[in-house]
Design a protein around this ligand. Structure first.
Ligand SMILES: Cc1ncc(COP(=O)(O)O)c(C=O)c1O
Length: 457
């Protein structure tokens, strides 16, 4: 039997949802049908997706942040073709291949003060390495994390997850402790106990899009070092230019001890992760030849991921995507902040660069209260879901609610967007907000459907 991928895709193009319902997580197709997101996408290019009917969708989700350079970037594709066509001696394992060395060299050049890199295959693995390295290097066991923090869903990363809904039912996890984001007092109280290896923190939290208050990372790092503990910045979502700096922590004059990187690093083509740390930490973990494989991953430094990573860094540089994220992000944020004055349901516009959160709140006017209360009685977060659905169905813009039980939507477009995509989003959002503030119409009808589903669940 030969293998013909295009033939296979053409022959079974309608069966994705059915196959998922039968063989994979059954809740995914159910959820997508319920909110009317059940499209069949066939192509992606730059900041757009195209469905099987040829309709175009503006992608303000970027595959949860992996398409920083946009979908199917030709430079990254070329690099991957070169890897395959070159028939490289990939993963010989007992060799020192060139590509991981080159990618490490380039990543470290973006993170002055950090010295070494461990490569793996995902964000959660990059975090697992960070947690293990911090524990081994300090000889202590406890990690402090921030409420609402999200660092992945394997057991170690889940132990530092700040949302009960992810943790519930998977206990016992590792003994770790949550503190409010930005609370130096709470951090100090934990550090005084003497058993803390590190604080792990996202410069901007993915859930809810809350940034650590200005100066927090710098003050926390000093406090952590005073108590013999380390600062881990999780840059899985904020890294690679997303916030208008190459790494999110670089909005402050602070050098963390360890950072975790993943998502956008390979341009969205190949799973990849990286843990960057100071030399002394690597020297401790890999302290003798006996310990050479004490933390390792079979696929970690594979040629496809490394080549895609190098190509992706070249694109970020050549297309000046970090400064583009800062500039377009500011334009988008300013435009949305202007709108907030006209819309009582829109409480806050926050974030940095092209990682923005829009938070909705209880309306003051009686006309809107009944609808809002109906949604809240069923489930906190349904209004935000209603906005996401309206943006998608009426305007073909893909966004997401920023977390469970949150009235916040998150904007995470490719860093390549320009003024046209900023305007397209703002015009659509204004139309959706106008309809929401009328208190009637299709959007509210759909809100009632969401309420029924929430009640049934
Ligand atoms: C900050 C952060 N850390 C870790 C992860 C986990 O990454 P992955 O899904 O690749 O395991 C995520 C994923 O969203 C993330 O946003």
């Amino acid at each position: 039997m030969g293998f013909d991928l295009p033939g296979l895709l053409a022959a079974r193009r309608d069966q994705g949802y059915e196959l998922h319902a039968r063989h994979l997580n059954p809740q995914l197709p159910r959820m997508l049908h319920a909110i009317g997101f059940d499209r069949v996408y066939e192509r992606g290019e730059g900041c757009y997706l195209y469905d099987r009917d040829g309709s175009r969708y503006l992608d303000y989700l970027s595959g949860f942040g992996v398409f920083g350079v946009g979908r199917n970037h030709p430079v990254v594709r070329r690099a991957l073709h070169d890897v395959l066509d070159g028939g490289l001696a990939d993963m010989a394992q007992f060799d020192c291949a060139l590509l991981p060395g080159l990618l490490a060299e380039q990543l470290l050049a973006k993170a002055p003060g950090l010295d070494r890199v461990y490569f793996c295959n995902s964000g959660t693995e990059a975090v697992e390495a960070a947690l293990k390295f911090a524990r081994y290097a300090t000889g202590r066991s406890r990690i402090v994390y921030c409420d609402r923090g999200y660092h992945g869903l394997t057991v170690g990363s889940l132990s530092v997850n700040g949302s009960a809904e992810f943790r519930r039912g998977f206990d016992p996890l590792l003994a770790d402790t949550g503190i409010p984001l930005g609370s130096l007092d709470a951090l100090e109280a934990e550090l005084r106990k003497g058993d803390v290896a590190a604080l792990i923190v996202e410069p901007i939290q993915g859930k809810g899009v809350q940034a650590a208050p200005p100066g927090f990372l710098t003050a926390a790092r000093t406090m952590l070092h005073d108590h013999g503990a380390l600062l881990i910045c999780d840059e899985v979502q904020t890294g690679l230019g997303r916030t208008g700096r190459f790494f999110g922590y670089q909005h402050e004059a602070v050098i963390p001890d360890i950072i975790s990187v993943a998502k956008a690093l390979s341009g969205g083509f190949v799973p990849v992760g990286a843990t960057l740390a100071k030399d002394w930490i690597f020297e401790k973990v890999y302290s003798s030849m006996d310990r050479v494989l004490v933390h390792d991953s079979t696929f970690g430094a594979n040629a496809s991921a490394m080549a895609a990573g190098l190509a992706c860094l070249a694109v970020i540089e050549d297309e000046q995507l970090v400064s583009n994220a800062e500039r377009t992000g500011k334009a988008l944020q300013d435009a949305l902040k202007d709108m907030a004055q006209d819309y009582e349901l829109l409480a806050d516009v926050r974030g940095r660069g092209l990682m923005l959160g829009l938070e909705f709140t209880k309306p003051r006017s009686l006309k809107l209260r009944a609808g809002w209360n109906m949604l809240q009685a069923a489930r906190h977060g349904l209004f935000a879901q209603m906005v996401v659905v309206a943006l998608f169905q009426q305007h073909h813009i893909l966004t997401q609610v920023a977390g469970d039980h949150m009235e916040v939507i998150k904007l995470l477009p490719p860093l390549t967007i320009g003024d046209a995509e900023v305007k397209q989003f703002c015009d659509a959002f204004a139309t959706v907000m106008d309809e929401a503030h009328r208190g009637t119409g299709l959007m509210w009808d759909f809100g009632r459907t969401l309420v029924k589903q929430a009640v049934i669940r």
